[in-house]
Design a protein around this ligand. Sequence first.
Ligand code: FEO
Ligand code: CA
Ligand code: CA
Ligand code: CA
Length: 631
Amino acid sequence: MHDDNDVVSNNSAETSIGELIERRLSRRGALAGLAGTAVFAALGGRASAQAASSSSFTFKEVPHVNDPTHHVPDDYEVQVLIRWGDPVLPGAPAYDPMKQSAATQALQFGYNNDFLGLHALPAGSVSGDRFLMVVNHEYTNTNLMLAGIGEGREARLRVDQAGAEIEMAAHGGSVIEITREGRRWKVVDGSRYARRIDANTPMRIAGPAAGDGKMKTSADPAGTKVLGMFNNCAGGATPWGTWLTCEENVNFYFTGDQAKHADQALAKRYGIGQRVAYAWGRYFDRFNFDKEPNEPNRFGWIVEIDPYEPQSTPVKRTALGRFAHEGCHHAVAKDGRVVCYMGDDSRFEYVYKFVTAKPWSPTDRAANRDLLNEGTLYVARFDEGGKVVWLPLLHGQGPLTAENGFASQADVVIGARRAGDLLKATPMDRPEDVEPNKVNGRVYVALSNNGSRKPEQVNPANPRAKNDHGHILEIAPKDGDHASTEGTWSIFVAGGQPGKDEGAKYHPETSADGWLTCPDNVAFDSKGRLWIATDSGEIAGIADGLYACDVAGPGRALTRQFFAAPKGSEVCGPIFTPDDRTLFLAIQHPGEGKGSTYETPATRWPDFKDGAPPRPSVLVITKKDGGIIGS
Ligand code: FEO
Ligand code: CA
Ligand code: CA
Ligand code: CA
């Protein structure tokens, strides 16, 4: 979680009396449904029994903790693969926290590693020992990165220009080449694929918004080119091996007076000018929307990057809509079209999917190059009775007309949230990863939390008011086809401490160490078992962690804690090698929290070097006997 969290800008969550009655009734139904399986809540959980379990996992659970370092089961090993500041490009100096500059940071691994993707080398191979790893660098904890900043958002806004330029160079992404020898992984020095992308990297704008009047700025009168990406949270990959990286809370970066913005409806709906967390607008006019009113419209997109072509220009794929993109995981529909699932991670925002117009070609990579420019963007409505309907966001259909402010498909994608409002999509409890499980064909929607939901705002798929602990929905597409506009849904797990937090829902055997709070990124091993990473465990007094559970059989929804993260950090990017024998984790913002600064960090993980700050890092986790992770 960014320590400033998100902005509530969806006022359409305000509801009519009719809807209120309907929602109250449906909440009763949903809670009754939970009660049937949540016997455990009443029992207060059973002690941390490691004995005979219905779970298919055999690892010994890690206890709930909240301390300066990480924890795995005893028979597992943790290796640090790469840390913020480690060299990525030729000529990069070794990390020295007292000698930072934008020029050195641009050659080094960026800050706050979030999404991790693996792309096999050689391209198209099924090799398991050599990969390009792609990494998002979501944001910077400048208070922890740089000496002398002090505590909190206000202090960060006083950063000088040199500091702001370091921040810009620490955002974006990295491509690194990694190889395995035995159980050890290392970064290949001097790889021809190595790349850093940051807030100033030239990018192309493609799809319906390209060239639109709302995308034009003084630096780009054609509205087709933009510098950089930032707040890239999670992501995904295409079937043709490109990286999809997701711009999330981009409103934090733009200074200006929202009340004076020419397009009030759009600026408000995207929180532009609210909760500004960076000083970039003081030094660079494009981050001041009083001067460049359209620059914010050029952020908040899915960016496609080809990691195999280090010189290629990243492309913002506007057909997939503009919002606080968390992730972008795909499934292939029965007819070969590609379906990308996406969440808009703010309170009361929506779940989306994009279906390409054409099937992808497994034999002609070049034919897929612009596949993501054409297709249909849908937003989800979760109905009572467990039905989900995907509503198309198409200009000219239903309310998406010029009278309502949508003169073109460009208006629809730039203002996707407003289009979703008009179609009465379901306001959710912060949709994070929305990821299809290739083994069972179902889609898992991590809903992190929503402490702002009032009792009159509950709906069937978000049945808890003041939902501090989040939940996970499971969607079954109709006829198993991801292109279908219908499906069914149910609540798979509901977070919180059983017996303490109302509505917590788990398998009855879940131990006192196995409950979780605030699900964020999810991943699947090759058996289709679900791994859940959390963000914001401190709300329940516990460290964030990684939890594993079955999705089928007697251990379904029996979550077990596999990893506990260092204080102040969240767990991101869980991804397995195809052989399930290595798990990579991205540990983001170690030491974040009140009172924690460069000088007095809450932890100095992972180096624990006196006087040096903590460093976001990518971890390699293996089983000491070389076995399957989680076994
Ligand atoms: Fe950046 Fe939605 O977590
Ligand atoms: Ca999060
Ligand atoms: Ca996230
Ligand atoms: Ca994921």
